[in-house]
Write a protein of this length. Structure first.
Length: 154
């Protein structure tokens, strides 16, 4: 299922699961994905978060109080909002790949942390998206930043 995900994106999902379990949640929510993206911050996401003042502390403070942790061996599902975020991330990767190909740049078929961030922003009513938008992180800006950085890397 996660073959297209880069190692960094897989790490985001692993950390999101870990965060959810440590906070006693029965499913992985968008804010857990956001915490994972912040933990794994790369060239693209680091500047976006820094400019918006988004940090682990700001995300944690916006989350509900943690419950007793769940053992790490328990398998927990993605929340329905998070499932949509993953679908949006795949769509954003394809969209970005198409934009890069239109400019004659060789693009690969991966889903990275930047695509997960774009997916979070597309799930507009999710806790993570609301928090990001309140801090000035906008979908169009992240798309431009992602295309620019990925284009430079090619």
């Amino acid at each position: 299922m996660f073959e297209r995900y880069t190692e960094s994106a897989r790490r985001v999902l692993f950390l999101a699961r870990k965060e959810a379990l440590q906070r006693g949640c029965s499913s992985i929510h968008t804010e857990h994905i956001l915490l994972g993206v912040i933990h794994v911050a790369d060239d693209i996401t680091t500047n976006i978060f820094r400019n918006a003042g988004v940090s682990i502390e700001t995300v944690v403070s916006a989350m509900s109080a943690p419950k007793p942790p769940i053992p790490l061996t328990v398998d927990i599902p993605f929340h329905s909002e998070t499932k949509r975020v993953l679908q949006y991330a795949a769509a954003e990767a394809e969209r970005l790949q198409g934009a890069l190909l239109a400019h004659y740049v060789l693009a690969d078929d991966h889903i990275g942390p930047e695509h997960l961030l774009l997916g979070l922003l597309r799930e507009e009513n999710a806790t993570a998206a609301v928090m990001l938008v309140q801090r000035g992180v906008r979908l169009d800006i992240v798309r431009r930043e992602s295309a620019s950085k990925l284009g430079e890397a090619r």
